[in-house]
Design a protein around this ligand. Structure first.
Ligand code: XMP
Length: 514
């Protein structure tokens, strides 16, 4: 993609992906690179701006991540954030020391609104601070353009050299007008025109895919999830029937999900592609019979999935390309992008490619964040219910049923979950809760329905809010909504006589219920 670009240099802070996202919200394309990236490589990319991120170190310590002073002499505007701001000062001859008062959290900051960085920002605003060190002396040529009660240099600028430093975190939404400040930097100071738009991305990608694939054959494992669906439609639009999508219905999908996927991608749907649905429900239930241990269930489902996929791939024969729905956070978190590498390891990585005869992997969503994947999906005309689908684990309902998985239990949890989702949507909460679903506990207890004694299962409702799925809080759902869900589940789903709401956060719980 040949377009204006801002690069984010990663010093290991926790908000680094947010910086890139906010920049893209300003319609400027942006990528993250490690602080170890060679200066020549940076020059070759011809970025219109450079942003140095926060990080956990102290820049004056010997083995802290650093950068060469040359970075500030390229004639490219640089913005340092938190650690990046301190490093800029340190490298250019200023002084950074342990702060007498540590600032953490929402802090009132006063601005010089004549600075191009703070144009249109109020003279005083709440910003998100998180630092132990502070800039005690600015580097030559800099002037302070923001301060707090405890921090004399909350921001500094050297307009002659286009260098800017901000001690707080404009990328975090707690910072009032933070996006405006980043906008001022990338669109004002760097002069980016703001050409990064989803429609042009989609159109360019389709053309590039068409060129790359030529007459080749392409294979895609379709899960029905957002990422693989968007990737599949993009390829279908690019190469039509050269694409084969294999969709394995393992019998552990949500209610009607198999048919919904088929309605979109199958022969009755709007796209021209080869669609193979493998109805492997019985096969999976057979393998899972009598198995209670969650890890063992995951393993069986994963292995069986690969076996089924492999059998189908063999029928198709050799293909040139295999499609994967990798998205940008996966790329960054697997260590290709920067220092944030270490934070997270992935659930669904590996597996498939080994068993399929292909020459190359194509990852059409590799540069997109999740919300951008959704935008691309809408742009491609994929129905909203698919585009805004909840995250759903590969092993499906297999890990939302405690104990042995049986066809009957799958049906119970599918019905209960469908009711829960319907009521959450009716209450207008479906886009505001991070993830929510029903699970089936392995607990049976005595109840009474009509005049009869029952001895049935308990369903657990889960709903969490989360930023990164690494930690989560249970969501506050209005009691009346929970009551409606409870009474509908008990009345409409046979085999259930109790409904619980799971209040556990993560940690100590996990989001899934297995
Ligand atoms: P946990 O349960 O680990 O889940 O707190 C965190 C997030 O990951 C999803 N999850 C999975 N996603 N394959 C996936 O694609 C899996 O095996 C898997 N296990 C958990 C879970 O739904 C939540 O969003």
């Amino acid at each position: 993609m040949n377009q204006e670009k801002v690069i984010v240099i990663d010093f290991g802070g926790q908000y680094n992906q947010l910086v890139a996202r906010r920049v893209r919200e300003c319609n400027v394309y942006c990528e993250i690179f490690s602080y170890k990236t060679d200066l020549e490589q940076i020059k070759a990319m011809q970025p219109k701006g450079i942003i140095l991120t926060g990080g956990p170190n102290s820049c004056y310590e010997a083995d802290s991540p650093g950068c060469t002073p040359e970075l500030f002499r390229l004639g490219i505007p640089v913005l340092g954030l938190c650690y990046g701001a301190q490093l800029m000062m340190h490298v250019l001859g200023g002084k950074v020391e342990k702060a007498p008062v540590r600032e953490y959290g929402k802090t009132q900051v006063s601005f010089n609104t004549e600075s191009p960085l703070f144009a249109g920002v109020p003279e005083s605003a709440v910003c998100w601070m998180s630092h132990f060190d502070y800039i005690s002396e600015m580097a030559p040529g800099f002037e302070a353009v923001a301060h707090t009660a405890d921090c004399p240099v909350a921001a500094a600028q050297n307009t002659a050299d286009d260098l800017y430093a901000i001690q707080f975190h404009p990328e975090v939404l707690h910072t009032q007008d933070g996006t405006k400040m980043l906008y001022n930097f990338v669109r004002g100071i760097c002069g980016c025109a703001g050409t990064w738009k989803m429609d042009s991305f989609v159109e360019n990608s389709i053309q590039e895919l068409r060129k790359k694939v030529g007459n080749g054959k392409v294979l895609c494992a379709l899960s029905g999830g957002v990422d693989s669906s968007v990737a599949a439609v993009m390829l279908a639009k690019a190469v039509g029937e050269q694409l084969t999508c294999v969709f394995v219905d393992h019998g552990l999908l949500r209610k009607n999900e198999g048919d919904e996927v088929e309605a979109v991608f199958g022969p009755q749907g709007p796209y021209k592609l080869n669609f193979i649905r493998v109805n492997a429900q019985e096969r999976f239930y057979g393998k899972l019979a009598g198995v209670e241990e969650p890890e063992r269930k995951r393993k069986i489902i994963g292995e069986e999935f690969i076996r089924v996929f492999e059998e189908e791939a063999k029928k198709i024969g050799a293909v040139d390309f295999l499609v994967q729905g990798t998205i940008y956070p996966d790329v960054v978190e697997s260590g290709l992008g920067g220092e944030s590498a270490v934070i997270k390891s992935h659930h669904n990585v590996g597996g498939l490619p080994d068993c399929v005869d292909f020459k190359e992997i194509i990852e059409p969503l590799r540069n997109l964040f999740k919300d951008e994947v959704r935008k691309a999906g809408l742009e491609l005309g994929i129905p909203e219910y698919l585009v805004f689908r909840q995250p759903f684990p590969g092993p499906g309902l297999g890990i939302r049923i405690i104990g042995e998985v049986t066809a009957q239990k799958v049906q119970i949890v599918q019905e209960a979950d469908a009711i829960y989702r319907e009521e959450i949507a009716k209450a207008g909460l479906d886009r505001s809760i991070g993830q929510y679903f029903a699970a089936l506990t392995n607990m049976r207890s005595v109840g009474v329905m009509g005049d009869e004694r029952t001895y049935d299962y308990a369903v657990a409702l889960r709903a969490v809010n989360t930023v990164d799925f690494m930690t989560a809080e249970s969501a506050e759902i209005p009691f009346a909504v929970l009551q409606t869900v409870m009474s509908r589940i008990i009345n409409e789903v046979r085999g259930v006589n109790r409904v619980f709401y799971d209040l556990t956060s993560k940690p100590p719980g996990t989001i899934e219920f297995e």
